[in-house]
Design a binder for this molecule. Sequence first.
Ligand code: SF4
Length: 337
Amino acid sequence: MTINTSCTVTYSPAYTIVPTYECFNRCSYCNFRTEPGQSPWITLSAAETVLKQLQDQNICEILILSGEVHPRSPKRQAWFQRIYDLCELALSLGLLPHTNAGPLSFEEMQKLKNVNVSMGLMLEQSTPALLNTVHRHAPSKVPEVRLQQLQWAGELQIPFTTGLLLGIGETPDDCWETLEAISRLHQNYHHIQEVILQPHSPGNQQSFDAPPFDPHQLPEVIAKARQILPPDITIQIPPNLVKDDQWLLACIEVGARDLGGIGPKDEVNPDYPHIQEQALREILQPAGWELLPRLPVYPQFDDWLSRELQKAVRQWRKILTPTSLLQEQKSTNLPIS
Ligand code: SF4
């Protein structure tokens, strides 16, 4: 790993833009979606107003997080174009887009590669058993569709973030198999930069009636994931879903090294506000962990980006690289983000 030296934990200063909350899937644990046609799409001018306010705030990542329009819907092309245009807009303002908009066609991914420094899609769980329960009405959650997406990302050399949703009815063996599937794909393409381990955390909107994933089990899952995943994949946990400071530290002790995008709102888990940077620092520092900002693309993937994207990334590396890390790099030739 590059930036993640032994006492360093990273996060991405991020802001989430939601093109639309409408989604044709109905995952029973969802706290994000609205019915198709009931969520007006964000306009480019509204997005521009928001994004312009972010300039000079050291927010580098723009997470474009969208509900899904059915691949055969007459609205699909316009939906895709809106996402593409939002990425272009963010780039034109010097911000770095990372899109997560559900499964895309190979051609859609190929196009979005031109305007994203990285992309993402949660694999969640690879067991088809969940298609009879939480994913009964969610065609996008067919495991093969999502595994295919991860493979295409590899073929297209798109730096990619994926992850597991924990506590939605899977068994421990299902988890290990999901991690092994990610691991196998990474060994073929070397394109997975992070794996998120996201504990199910009930929200106000969902119909899935199940307790939250026990955060006390998370360190054990992380330790096992660390054994299964190749060492160049960073394990990410969302600190707002762990809550207890001691358990957050326990997760880090066993191998989690990234806290994901930190911004004003967690759109996927709106009932769990993000813990902001200073509060995180106050938890981590006394235990000897340094919290550092990172970009949405890890440095080992810069060569995969177009020249234009590389230029935008270089600007941010200068801004977000702390002096202490620069000095460390000089003495160890350590690549930094
Ligand atoms: S979890 Fe994602 S795919 Fe499932 S209903 Fe919600 S927005 Fe749609």
